[in-house]
Design a protein around this ligand. Structure first.
Ligand code: ADP
Ligand code: MG
Length: 885
């Protein structure tokens, strides 16, 4: 049997029952999807749910607790033993669900950032998720894409792919469409095939899918691919380290408590169980896990704001961002181009109409021009031939499939009645695609009389030096300095109006000129200029202003003309009076040191290539900035990787940039970056809030026991009570803090330093001071109650227990503000209210419901008791509310 690469395109089509001009029908797609399944590689087995559950108990102190409980049970303390077991089990369940939740949201994330494919089905190009592809689908790939399935190439425009993932060979391979007759070729030699997962480094192409999912070359070696490991974020790492210290401190203090207790004459066994419980409660072993949950919840909130975080660590880094370097076109602007002016025969011609709507006119002064105006048809027709976009209608509205810049040219041509059929008499025999380095695109075409010529369009300042002639209404002339100046003035005029400029040119070719850019793109004849508008996105101006307030500088980066860039920067209020605008050519001449010197004052980089972006990132980083950098093209990947927060475009971005980035903007919108930064700051603040809450609570718990032992008193809390506090009071409210609203001033503070420690900005003081007071008031409650009725120890313990719980539940509101509890409306966070209420409810159940009283060593309290409890419990929070420290 013949292999795919040995077959002609027609044979492939026949075999797969598809034709290039129609694509598969919906019915065929459905059948094939049923038969062959999704186009995905099966990944390794997931950890079983049981293992995840059991993992919750492998913590050392929990094991010690379980062992101690077992001993208690054997010694006959059944009630205590069972109560402790239940609490530990419930704790395990909660940990399990939290972890599941985090896992699920990460999974969902993967789906969202899954690669897309451009497919031709039922006579229509559409974008679908790559996993929906089936054998027989016709797909288009562009530079920067990962090839979504194994394909037999049917059309190649300078298509080159990099297949090192399969062959180990890192040099790009040129691809073409003709069948190869040889037998037994390796994948690397099948140059008319494209393989799943390999990268398009240049050009574009069309192919028919011949293998999907595990039936691809990549599928065969899928088992060899390592699954990606989850790397901890900086904060998670810092917390894990801190956790180790806290464990030691907690254990030491516990030993102290136990030792003191034994010296004071408490039974060894009692003290042991109390000590272990205390250690379990005081060790914040769950902290990294809750942080992960908080981060992934934040990630979900970001998704709702159209920002997909690809690396959890980016959530943290986002909050530290101090510079955003953003592409202009498409990110700050709408990327909906409309030709507003053309320059032809030395005249400025106005083009009316908005957006991609095809209604509009060409006006020279008051005169309406028709297609027979000299050179107009040539210019518009060539603009259509040297083009990669297609105008489509959906529900009576026009939109562009492809590059918006190209789309604008198609629309302009339509306005004088040229449609896509006008180009049918021409055959395109070669295309040199546009890229941001070259800033131009060329095609070689042949007309009906077999005459060959080259059409090149691109940035005027790139094209003009390659022009030797120019076109006037009476024919081709030699381009003299004087004429050049004239054209340059026209360019400036357009650019100052914030118009994006494109020049178009032509060159007749004899057949012996080799079809390579070096031989082709010279001796051109300048035809004219297009000036197109790309309006700024509405929300960007205010987003930039908000960023400025938040101490974040916004920098515009663009391949466009300096004047266009400057004009748009002015509109967006991004460029201050004394702000600098730098050009790519100036960057070339500067050393890194020179650039560093002026970079703080620079706001716009124009006519840059992707290489410059890297230089810019590095210069900002050297100045101590945390840099967010956007990008969309293949060549942007290195800059994105080098930046602290790489940002790629969900709609217009290539797979390579998406893979290199840590944040994907689903709507390509600058304002979304701001939203993500805001969310990133908020998440970090919320994490600080619950670290503060948990640790202050733990300090209180340990201290009350320690103080009591020092004073030679009985145990103020029994083990089950300690564990209950750990489960209920410490659990629910802490999670609710993770969902807290930001304080009003999060976007008015300067960005946080990435080196900031966990206890920075007074957090350590807050934890210790509140912790000490919580411990003290609990002890006072215990002493007061115990002094009155020494025979009724359970009563004293109930007062202590209740005071501790209530003090914590009041203190949780304190944690919501960096300043004072009085600065915030306590009812803002509905989750927190709910968490506190349910904790109170559970507390009431435990102390008032008779069946539970013996288990939790409690008695019912009366009104006077409650006044004592609440009065004491409020002290830590109210006191510090006034100090604002
Ligand atoms: P940016 O995305 O920052 O606007 P680009 O690299 O896309 O920068 O474009 C730089 C210049 O290249 C534009 O100002 C324009 O003159 C030219 N250009 C843009 N798109 C095309 C295209 N499709 N074909 C030819 N030239 C183009
Ligand atoms: Mg662009």
């Amino acid at each position: 049997m013949k292999k795919w690469y040995q077959l002609d395109v027609e044979q492939v089509e026949q075999k797969l029952q598809v034709t290039s001009n129609r694509g598969l029908s919906p019915k065929q797609v459905e059948e094939r999807q049923k038969k062959f399944g999704y186009n995905t590689l099966e990944t390794g087995k997931q950890a079983s749910k049981w293992i995840l559950f059991i993992k919750q108990f492998q913590d050392f102190m929990v094991l010690v607790l379980l062992a101690a409980t077992l001993i208690a049970g054997m010694l006959g303390e059944f009630v205590d033993a069972i109560a402790i077991m239940v609490i530990v089990l419930v704790n395990g369940f909660i940990g399990y669900f939290q972890e599941q939740k985090a896992e699920k949201s990460l999974e969902k994330l993967k789906e969202l950032s899954a690669p897309m494919a451009n497919v031709f089905r039922d006579k229509r190009w559409e974008k679908i998720s790559s996993r929906e592809l089936v054998v027989g689908d016709i797909v288009k790939v562009n530079s920067g894409d990962r090839i979504p399935a194994d394909i037999r190439i049917v059309k190649s425009n300078s298509l080159e792919t990099e297949e090192s993932a399969l062959t180990g060979e890192s040099l790009p391979v040129m691809k073409h469409a003709t069948a190869i007759m040889r037998d037994d070729l390796d994948a690397g030699d099948q140059v008319n095939m494209g393989f799943m997962g390999t990268l398009v480094t240049r050009g574009s192409g069309i192919g028919i899918v011949v293998g999907t999912g595990m039936n691809t070359v990549m599928g065969q070696i899928a088992s060899l691919m390592s699954s990606t490991k989850k790397v901890p974020t900086p904060l998670e790492r810092k917390l894990a380290e801190l956790g180790k210290i806290l464990i030691v401190v907690a254990i030491l203090l516990t030993i102290l408590v136990v030792g003191l207790g034994i010296i004071q004459g408490h039974p060894v066994y009692n003290m042991f169980l109390a000590g272990v419980s205390l250690a379990v409660a005081a060790i914040p072993e769950g902290l990294p896990a809750i942080v992960t949950v908080a981060l992934s919840l934040g990630v979900q909130r970001m998704i709702r704001k159209k920002a997909i975080v690809r690396k959890l660590s980016a959530v943290e880094t986002l909050g530290c961002a101090s510079v955003i370097c953003s592409d202009k076109t498409g990110t700050m602007t709408e990327n909906q181009m409309t030709v507003k002016e053309i320059y032809l025969n030395g005249e400025n011609i106005v083009v009316t109409g908005d957006g991609y709507d095809i209604e509009g006119q060409f006006l020279l002064g008051k005169k309406k021009l028709k297609v027979d105006y000299p050179n107009l048809e040539t210019m518009l027709l060539y603009g259509q031939l040297c083009n990669n976009a297609e105008l489509q209608v959906k529900k009576g509205k026009y939109f562009v499939n492809g590059d918006p810049t190209d789309g604008a040219l198609v629309v302009a041509a339509r306005k004088v009645g040229l449609n896509h059929l006008s180009g049918d008499n021409y055959k395109i025999i070669k295309e040199i695609p546009f890229d941001s380095d070259r800033k131009r695109m060329s095609v070689v075409v042949e007309d009906q009389n077999d005459r060959r010529f080259l059409i090149t369009k691109g940035a005027p300042d790139v094209l003009l030096p390659r022009c030797t002639y120019f076109l006037e209404d009476d024919g081709r002339k030699l381009l003299k300095e004087r004429n050049k100046e004239h054209i340059e003035q026209a360019i400036d005029r357009m650019a100052e109006k914030a118009l994006r400029t494109i020049a178009i040119s032509v060159r007749p070719l004899s057949k012996d000129v080799p079809l390579e850019s070096a031989f082709l793109e010279k001796d051109l004849t300048f035809i004219g200029l297009y000036g197109m508008i790309d309006p700024p996105r509405k929300e960007v101006k205010s987003a930039i202003a908000e960023c400025r307030q938040a101490g974040i500088k916004t920098v515009m980066i663009t391949g466009d003309h300096v004047k266009t860039a400057r004009a748009i920067a002015k509109q967006l209020n991004l460029l201050p009076e004394d702000g600098l605008v730098l050009e790519g050519s100036q960057l070339n001449q500067m050393t890194t040191d020179e650039l560093e010197e002026i970079i703080e004052d620079t706001y716009v980089f124009a006519r840059v290539t992707p290489e410059h972006k890297l230089k810019i990132v590095k210069a900002f980083q050297k100045k101590g900035h945390v840099v967010a950098m956007t990008g969309d093209g293949v060549n942007d990947a290195p800059a994105i990787k080098a930046s602290d927060i790489g940002i790629s475009m969900g709609i217009s971005g290539t797979d390579v940039t998406k893979e290199a980035s840590s944040l994907v903007l689903m709507d390509d919108n600058f304002a979304t970056i701001k939203a993500a930064i805001q969310e990133g700051r908020n998440i970090y603040e919320n994490i600080r809030k619950f670290i503060r809450y948990l640790l202050a609570s733990n300090v209180g718990e340990i201290l009350v026991m320690l103080f009591a032992m020092l004073l030679g008193m009985p145990l103020p809390l029994v083990p089950v009570q300690i564990l209950w506090v750990n489960l209920v009071t410490d659990g629910l409210p802490a999670m609710a803090l993770g969902l807290d609203k930001p304080e009003d001033d999060v976007m008015k503070r300067a960005p946080r330093s990435p080196n900031e420690g966990v206890f920075a900005r007074g957090l350590g003081f807050k934890i210790i001071s509140r912790g000490i007071l919580i411990g003290l008031v609990t002890l006072i409650g215990f002493i007061v109650a115990y002094q009155n009725t020494p025979e009724n120890l359970v009563y004293g313990q109930t007062i202590a227990f209740t005071t501790l719980v209530m003090a914590q539940l009041i203190h949780v509101f304190d944690c919501r503000s960096d300043n004072s509890v009085f600065d915030r409306n306590p009812f803002e966070n509905i989750y927190l209210i709910f968490a506190v209420l349910s904790s109170v409810l559970l507390l009431l159940v435990v102390i008032y419901w008779p069946p539970l009283q013996p288990i939790f060593h409690t008695v019912g309290l009366d009104l006077r008791d409650w006044m004592l409890v609440l009065g004491l419990a409020a002290i830590p929070t109210v006191l510090f509310g006034f100090t604002r420290k």
